[in-house]
Design a protein around this ligand. Structure first.
Ligand SMILES: C[S@@+](CC[C@H](N)C(=O)[O-])C[C@H]1O[C@@H](n2cnc3c(N)ncnc32)[C@H](O)[C@@H]1O
Length: 220
């Protein structure tokens, strides 16, 4: 298994971004794991606790509702949504990520698929009661971040909810970071798209040193 080298990683991502191929590198992160989902460096290997909190506190009835997980990685959050009662579609642009999910959860009820957020199957439009986004916008550059947000919103059925989990930063700071966290103005783009904010939390995670995050929910 290849050891994660943060400097080489940033150079690779920048190279793809400079070639205007912002999604061309994702599959390499998963193929480098050589079939071991535990070797994917960004995978927490547990569901996002803020997702679980939202599921526990929400008055929304989760059973028989349709959820879609954007850039599902190795599948922890998709499985948590399935456990909560959702009929879950989880997709990733990386074929190797989807294979890792299928190997990891052979009896899963989740429909794991290779798909591109920027070119998803047309019948998905406006058909999900819950859209779950965790850490995808932040690994995209410039105009692709806005396209990604708009594409996520376009998946929402009437009265649907979208949950957005990401690293955060103060406006004007960390402009060259990879991943580039979202600032408040950027995450408020979901409101500018016409959604209403249900909840918004800014918090620091338990890493050493801790990393600031946002977790927000919006409805249509
Ligand atoms: C930083 S990872 C986060 C993975 C997972 N959501 C998590 O929180 O562990 C971003 C994920 O988005 C996927 N991704 C990036 N661009 C995508 C696109 N256009 N369509 C679908 N998936 C995409 C990547 O392959 C990667 O798995």
């Amino acid at each position: 298994m290849k050891k994660f080298d943060p400097v080489a990683y940033k150079i690779m991502v920048k190279t793809f971004q400079n070639l205007d191929n912002p999604t061309g590198w994702f599959d390499s992160i998963y193929t480098d794991a050589k079939g071991d989902y535990r070797a994917v460096f960004w995978a927490d290997l547990e569901p996002n606790p803020y997702l679980l909190k939202w599921l526990n506190n929400s008055v929304f009835n989760h059973t028989a509702c349709r959820a879609i997980v954007i850039g599902c990685g190795v599948g922890d959050d998709a499985e948590a949504l399935s456990e909560a009662g959702y009929e879950v579609t989880a997709f990733d642009i990386s074929p190797e990520a989807i294979q890792l999910c299928k190997n990891r959860y052979p009896d899963s009820k989740v429909n794991y698929l290779i798909a591109d957020l920027f070119d998803y199957p047309s019948h998905w439009a406006e058909s999900f009661d819950l859209v779950y986004e965790c850490n995808t916008i932040q690994v995209l550059p410039g105009k692709y971040r806005i396209q990604a947000r708009d594409s996520m919103v376009s998946l929402l059925a009437p009265r649907g909810y979208i949950l957005v989990s990401c690293r955060s930063r103060l406006k004007g700071e960390q402009e060259d970071d990879i991943p580039l966290p979202l600032d408040k103005e950027e995450i408020d783009g979901f409101i500018r798209c016409g959604l209403s904010e249900e909840s918004f939390e800014a918090y620091n995670d338990s890493q050493e040193p801790s990393v600031p995050h946002f977790f927000a929910s919006y409805y249509k």
